[in-house]
Design a protein around this ligand. Structure first.
Ligand SMILES: Cc1cc2nc3c(=O)[nH]c(=O)nc-3n(C[C@H](O)[C@H](O)[C@H](O)COP(=O)(O)O)c2cc1C
Ligand SMILES: CCCCCCC(=O)C(=O)O
Length: 365
């Protein structure tokens, strides 16, 4: 008899999970997870940009003794594929992020826990078997925000990932059409007791953004303050412009994640993989640059590493795996990506991650 956590036997690749998740999840929850901002141009472009990159196969290389291990911000990983931060895992599994954690641990993948997780960050840290990083949304109440940072430090999180690309919620048209309603901020497990004062709301004839809401959204000074406030490695997530990468480095950040938030905030941005090379050039090896957005194949991981990413994060596929088969689904998604990456490395003549460079990309002519 099939159980809730059985992996459907016909699943051959990560993308096979999505249609099954669509069948199993309520329509509004699926819209929240799968959807993006406005016309979802960036969501689509995150995929088409990967597809447009071709690989150059190499033959007969002796690759014995190779592997995919790496070290990042003091954490050792056996492969460069991490779980991206995302909120509300209980929509997919009754055990929420605890189930994701078990799956990530099984696949020996690092995981970034979202501020908007359904389980308290302390409970997750206590259950972790692999390094955990904490994703921070700077709240309007800065003292409360600092308290969350202290909790993450005390719980043993190994890095702080500050998401900087969402000072305001994206225009989630698909969510609206499906009738999705998220919880209030203070209803999230990690934000209990938070008082929110500024909502993005405008009566007819009033300004939405310029009538008070911006008084409390994070600015560069907040990053400077966080830098002074914590000894944890500080990583900014959501950088697309080289100018912003430069500013982040001046403030002493330890890492950058090139990301357009899976197309969920500002529509009409380029794909993350398109933005990656210029950021990597600007950073010039001073700190690790990671990326996310559109990773669905091991070949995508290889392409991202070829363009200078140290590691990648995966968002929606992990949630689809969780919705379909709980921890086993999460582990399977991550395992498939890792296996596909290893096969792609062998076929492009790369023994270790440091062998992966622009030479694996097909250059016309
Ligand atoms: C349902 C969902 C919730 C998300 N929640 C967060 C979040 O709480 N914090 C954050 O920094 N990014 C969040 N993201 C963005 C992801 O971290 C990541 O940038 C994006 O999903 C990568 O694109 P992909 O889904 O194509 O892999 C969320 C993404 C999804 C799909
Ligand atoms: C104003 C910040 C909204 C972020 C919402 C959570 C998230 O990151 C996502 O759904 O994506």
């Amino acid at each position: 008899m099939a159980t809730r956590y059985d992996i459907p036997s016909h699943i051959a690749s990560v993308t096979d999970y999505e249609p099954i998740a669509r069948e199993r999840l309520p329509a509004d929850a699926f819209a929240y997870i799968s959807g993006a901002a406005a016309d979802e141009l960036t969501l689509a472009r995150n995929r088409t940009a990967f597809d447009a990159l071709a690989l150059k196969s190499r033959v007969l290389a002796d690759l014995r003794g190779g592997g995919t291990a790496l070290s990042l911000f003091g954490c050792d990983f056996v492969h460069p594929i991490l779980v991206a931060p995302s909120g509300r895992h209980r929509l997919c599994d009754p055990h929420g992020e605890l189930a994701t954690l078990v799956g990530a641990g099984g696949a020996k993948a690092g995981m970034v826990v979202s501020t908007e997780a359904d389980i308290r960050l302390e409970e997750l840290a206590a259950a972790a078997t692999a390094p955990l990083w904490f994703q921070l949304y700077v709240q309007h109440d800065r003292a409360y925000t600092l308290d969350v940072v202290r909790r993450a430090e005390q719980a043993g999180y190994r890095a702080l990932v500050v998401t900087v690309d969402a000072p305001v919620h994206g225009l989630r048209n698909r969510e609206l059409r499906a009738g999705y309603r998220g919880p209030k901020l203070s209803e999230f497990a990690n934000l209990a007791g938070l008082h929110t004062t500024h909502f993005a709301h405008a009566d007819l004839g009033e300004s939405l953004m310029f009538g008070g809401y911006l008084e409390a959204v994070p600015v560069w000074e907040d990053i400077a303050r966080l830098r002074r406030a914590t000894k944890l490695p500080l990583i900014l997530k959501g950088i697309m412009a080289p100018e912003d990468a430069q500013r982040a480095l001046e403030l002493g950040v330890d890492g950058i994640i090139v990301s357009n938030h899976g197309g969920r905030v500002l529509d009409s941005q380029p794909a993350s993989i398109e933005a990656l090379p210029a950021v990597v050039r600007e950073v010039a090896g001073r700190v690790p640059v990671l990326m996310d957005g559109g990773i669905r194949r091991g070949t995508d991981v290889l392409k991202a590493l070829a363009l200078g990413a140290a590691a990648v994060l995966v968002g929606r596929p992990v949630l689809y795996g969780l919705a379909v088969a709980g921890p086993a689904g999460v582990a399977h998604v991550l395992h498939l990506l890792r296996c596909e990456l290893e096969i792609a490395m062998v076929l492009t003549g790369c023994r270790t991650l440091s062998d992966i460079g622009p030479q694996v990309l097909w250059q016309p002519g």
